[in-house]
Ligand binder design. Structure first.
Ligand code: KIV
Length: 323
């Protein structure tokens, strides 16, 4: 069926995705069924799935890259609709959604479960599966098998893993297997006990130089991008200038090629601790608490459900019944 009316406001605002490459059907505006992706709505045929190569092209074009974590279908849908370039199914899911103390207990099965939900929602954004603790550190073979699970079972477009020199051969092996890899340097939560807690990294010349060397080494090993977490802005600037591949910062200052935040932090849904680099764009905890309280109160007082929220039956049908 053809659409003749104007697209709804939310679509007009955010779609087409600002950084999405234009597809081969720019004029097409039909609703078409697409296997596994539901019904495409007006304008969707104009947007093409973002690839790691597109992410690299954004750096070359001087355009900033946006990335948020996502762990479920509705969040992925909204982030995608808002035009976020990369959705990271971060192992931070362990703390923000599963209630673990840190990211170490997160399993491959848990990550795959959440990745599947996110890839069902992300039509344009690049989806990256975060390799959990001990899913890549044990051997190159384990690393390839687990990275492959993110792609085959989860439907991810790429994987991310933490570390510098120690993971060089692992990165090489995964890339050689045809899987795009994003690196992660600076504050690496999976090795938090070695780093002595959630602390800014690279604060002295020696430590800062090590991060720069690691970034160059990761680029050489084949990563398509590197996350820089909690390092001084001038160090992130140097790395960004020296690397050809894009840097995505979280607590690494303005000079990175892109920025990432943990979605529960920026929505005010995680308050066990809030790092200095987090900007809270909305306080959803407050709104949710208010809604839950109102529901409890209305049910207790017999004010919900009203007639408006109830189903009806014809009086004639009711009268036919014995009791
Ligand atoms: O797991 C995660 O959410 C991350 C981000 C902090 C980049 O690795």
């Amino acid at each position: 069926m053809e659409h003749h009316g104007q697209a709804p406001a939310y679509r007009r605002q955010a779609w087409p995705h600002p950084n999405a490459p234009v597809g081969r059907h720019p004029g097409q505006s039909r609703s078409l069924p697409l296997p596994g992706r539901g019904i495409l709505k007006e304008g969707e045929m104009e947007r093409k799935k973002i690839t790691p190569v597109d992410i690299q092209a954004l750096k070359a074009a001087g355009k900033k890259i946006t990335m948020l974590t996502a762990y479920d279908y509705p969040t992925a849908l909204l982030e995608d609709r808002a035009g976020i370039d990369i959705l990271l199914v971060g192992d931070s899911v362990g703390m923000t959604v599963l209630g673990y103390e840190n990211t170490l207990p997160v399993t491959m099965d848990e990550m795959i479960h959440h990745t599947k939900a996110v890839t069902r929602g992300a039509k344009v954004a690049l989806v990256i599966g975060d390799m959990p603790f001990m899913s890549y550190n044990t051997s190159e073979r384990d690393a390839i098998v687990n990275a492959g699970r993110f792609m085959k079972e989860g439907g991810a477009d790429a994987v991310k893993l933490e570390g510098g020199a120690s993971v060089r051969d692992i990165v090489r092996a995964i890339v050689k297997a045809g899987i795009p890899v994003m690196g992660h340097l600076g504050l690496t939560p999976q090795t938090i006990s070695m780093l002595g807690g959630f602390k800014v990294q690279g604060k002295d010349a020696k430590a800062a130089q090590k991060i720069i060397d690691d970034a160059l080494m990761l680029e050489d090993a084949g990563v398509f991008s590197v996350i820089l977490e909690a390092i001084p802005a001038p160090i992130a600037k140097r790395i960004t200038e020296r690397l050809t591949v894009p840097t995505i910062g979280i607590g690494a200052g303005i000079h990175c090629d892109g920025q990432v935040l943990v979605v529960h932090d920026m929505l005010g849904l995680f308050d066990r601790f809030t790092p200095k680099f987090v900007k809270r764009y909305v306080n959803l905890s407050e709104l949710m608490l208010k809604a839950f309280g109102s529901f409890r109160e209305e049910v207790s007082k017999g004010e919900f459900p009203t007639d408006q929220h109830s189903f009806h039956i014809d009086e004639k049908e009711l009268s036919k019944m014995s009791s």
